[in-house]
Design a protein around this ligand. Structure first.
Ligand code: UDP
Length: 248
């Protein structure tokens, strides 16, 4: 096939359209956390750590809600981006994008755990971007699941849990339409060029937890949406396998 054909042109980093970047997990990166991993997706790197607090938020006590809670925080370290990103603490306000992403991470992980079985404790999920090259939210969710599974394992080893509260695993991936073709797991240059940008969060039963799909000054058809969902779904299955290998 001719390389001038847009559908066969190689991607900036030589990947196939349906190919993930190299995805790795380096566990135990933050020993004081109950579970932690440094996930690398090509040049995107995110530290994900889960810390257990043996209490629940006040609203749960006041409303008599049984079980536990998971909450997430996301930030980009100042040196993670091409030009330095000031810390929220120096700016005096939380970045709106970070707020949106940390709520997405929290929702995604709450789908991965039975909060009643977790018992009256809070899991703090901290995701800090060490290096950003597109797909930091999807790397954060996928890595956070690994940190969550490691934290649950530790709670079980310590005898604090007798039954695993884990539900089917959750992973996330980006998919987009670039130059008229669907591409899996966009890096930054592809993200900038994308006419459609999607983030999918799915579980090991093939069910959706969140679908974010946006036309960037562009529109997309139902067929294009289906193609992107199929591509993303295949990527998620690979990621779910990598997660299981990482927590073995
Ligand atoms: N980005 C950046 N500075 C920012 C926000 C984003 O450099 O303040 C870059 C970064 O590489 C990020 C990419 O833009 O991964 C895409 O950002 P987006 O908001 O789409 O989120 P992401 O793809 O990281 O989940």
């Amino acid at each position: 096939m001719s390389s001038s054909n847009p559908s066969s042109a190689p991607r900036a980093d030589g990947r196939q359209p349906d190919q993930l970047r190299s995805v790795t997990f380096q566990n135990g990166i933050a020993p004081n956390a109950h579970g932690s991993t440094l996930t690398a997706w090509g040049d995107t790197r995110v530290i994900c750590a889960v810390t257990v607090e043996e209490s629940v938020p006040r609203w749960m006590k006041e409303q008599g809600v049984v079980g536990g809670w998971i909450t997430a925080e996301y930030s980009m370290l100042p040196y993670s981006t091409l030009s330095r990103k000031a810390r929220d603490s120096s700016r005096g306000k939380v970045d709106g994008r970070s707020t949106e992403i940390q709520r997405l991470i929290g929702r995604s992980l709450r789908a991965a755990i039975n909060l009643e079985k977790l018992g009256p404790r809070t899991l703090w999920v901290d995701c800090d971007v060490l290096q950003a090259d597109g797909g930091t939210r999807t790397a954060a969710i996928t890595g956070a699941w690994v940190a969550l599974a490691l934290a649950v394992k530790r709670l079980m080893n310590e005898g604090k849990l007798t039954e695993s509260p884990l539900e089917p695993a959750v992973a996330a991936v980006s998919v987009g339409s670039v130059g008229g073709r669907p591409l899996l797991d966009l890096c930054y240059t592809e993200d900038v060029a994308a006419a459609v940008d999607m983030n999918l969060v799915m579980n090991a039963e093939g069910k959706f937890i969140e679908v974010q799909g946006t036309g960037e000054e562009a529109t997309f058809s139902r067929d294009e949406l289906s193609a992107m969902l199929d591509l993303g779904g295949r990527g998620i299955r690979t990621l779910l396998d990598l997660q299981q290998q990482a927590v073995k």
